[in-house]
Ligand binder design. Structure first.
Ligand SMILES: [Zn+2]
Length: 99
């Protein structure tokens, strides 16, 4: 699992930002695999696969506790970003769904 995790972390390099919060530049050179801050219960970090490709700016904005966005607004952005990232990971065979 750790090998896959590293591959997925490395896969974030130069990828488009999946959060795209208005006002940012979303420079792909700054994209990292960012762990979403919940996994069913608030206040806990998600599983390693509950993550999204985020540019530096969006990562900072979503981690900022003083930002003028509600938790619900942030969660909507996180959900859309995690969904888009997982779609990509599944397409690239980095994350497998067994049916
Ligand atoms: Zn961004």
């Amino acid at each position: 699992m750790s090998i896959k995790q590293n591959k997925i972390s490395r896969s974030a390099r130069d990828k488009p930002c999946t959060a795209r919060i208005p006002g940012g530049t979303h420079d792909p050179a700054t994209t990292v695999l960012a762990h979403a801050p919940f996994s069913g219960k608030f206040g806990s970090r998600g599983q390693w696969w509950w993550s999204a490709y985020l540019c530096y700016e969006c990562h900072e904005l979503l981690d900022d506790r003083n930002m003028k966005m509600t938790r619900e607004e942030k969660n909507l952005i996180w959900f859309a970003a995690v969904h888009e990232t997982q779609e990509y990971l599944i397409e690239q065979n980095l994350l497998k769904v067994l049916l």
